[in-house]
Ligand binder design. Structure first.
Ligand SMILES: CCCC/C=C/CC(=O)SCCNC(=O)CCNC(=O)[C@H](O)C(C)(C)COP(=O)(O)OP(=O)(O)OC[C@H]1O[C@@H](n2cnc3c(N)ncnc32)[C@H](O)[C@@H]1OP(=O)(O)O
Length: 275
């Protein structure tokens, strides 16, 4: 089957059979209109400014191209996404930190409110921002049993912002989200399935991708307009706070992240990761 590969680092669509050298690869199945977007930024797909910018550009491009659905997955062996790149927060340049956080806000809004159906095929660990991205898709299929997923921010001595927390509440409910967030719980695949954080667990990546595609095929007979309106109504209460408070959210992050206590915690956490 002819596949369209998209070279993202030039921001142009190019029809060819080769995968680009970009951190993000995107292929569109021309028959079904389903895009597979693969994060490929070794070693752990950590989300820094440039990577987020690339993801957001691609989401907007896919929206303009009126694709019928998207699978978000990882090209790495055992990590879906390690969350935000902690080095963006550690001894930060304030201007870059502000840009980074603004692009994160925009990328989340693009993903959470995507006009097309989205599936996260979680084929590796998915802490913090990785979990946020997975929860922002319309459906989650995870490869089990050995990977983990959750919002672990408290374990780093930091606080998941309101919109991270609200995204989790929308998926697993207030009570479970509160316990999960305060304890920084990382769920095994089985636990995640039980609590409703993921929708399905499959033993390998190929079957997970098939499941994800099957979910997207449900929308073949659903009008894209009806889908989008329904999703907007359902998700509007979760996104509205950020839309109304982008600057307030940014100001909080700039202040919080540059405080000496938080810097100390982050330094220790980074050291423990290196060990
Ligand atoms: C109000 C402000 C709110 C801020 C909100 C923040 C949300 C976030 O997303 S914070 C990020 C939280 N993420 C994590 O805690 C994940 C930490 N990483 C891991 O647990 C593991 O790396 C892994 C389970 C994802 C993968 O394990 P694996 O054994 O395969 O790889 P490692 O040897 O641990 O790591 C390889 C390499 O990558 C560096 N690294 C890992 N995660 C991050 C990261 N999130 N940011 C930057 N760098 C990361 C790790 O230090 C290793 O580096 P070296 O090769 O140089 O040692």
């Amino acid at each position: 089957m002819l596949r369209r590969y998209i070279l993202l680092n030039t921001n142009k669509f190019v029809n060819c059979r080769h995968v680009s050298q970009s951190m993000l690869q995107s292929t569109v199945d021309e028959k079904s209109g389903i895009a597979t977007v693969t994060m490929n930024k070794p070693p752990v797909n950590s989300l820094n400014l440039e990577f987020l910018d690339e993801i957001n550009t691609q989401l907007n491009k896919l929206q303009k191209d009126k694709i019928r659905g998207m699978i978000l997955t990882s090209g790495l062996q055992k990590v879906f996404c390690a969350g935000l790149d902690i080095t963006e927060f550690y001894n930060p340049n304030p201007d870059r930190l502000a840009k980074f956080w603004t692009v994160l806000q925009d990328t989340w809004l693009s993903l959470y409110m995507a006009s097309f159906p989205t599936v996260a095929v979680i084929n590796g660990h998915s802490p913090a921002g990785g979990c946020l991205f997975a929860m922002s898709c319309d459906y989650r299929v995870m490869v089990g049993p050995k990977y983990t997923i959750g919002l672990n921010e408290t374990k780093l001595g930091i606080v998941a912002p309101k919109w991270f927390q609200d995204t989790m509440v929308a998926v697993i409910g207030q009570r479970k989200a509160e316990v999960s967030l305060t304890t920084g719980k990382m769920y095994t695949t089985d636990e995640a399935l039980q609590v409703g954080l993921i929708d399905e667990s499959l033993p390998d990546a190929d079957s997970a991708l098939k499941k994800g595609t099957q979910f997207l095929n449900n929308f073949q007979r659903i009008s894209p307009w009806a889908f989008k309106m329904t999703k907007d109504i359902s998700r509007q209460p979760t996104v509205q706070w950020l839309i109304d408070n982008k600057q307030k959210d940014l100001d909080f992050v700039l202040k919080f992240m540059q405080s000496p206590d938080v810097q100390k915690s982050l330094g220790l956490y980074l050291q423990s990761l290196k060990k």
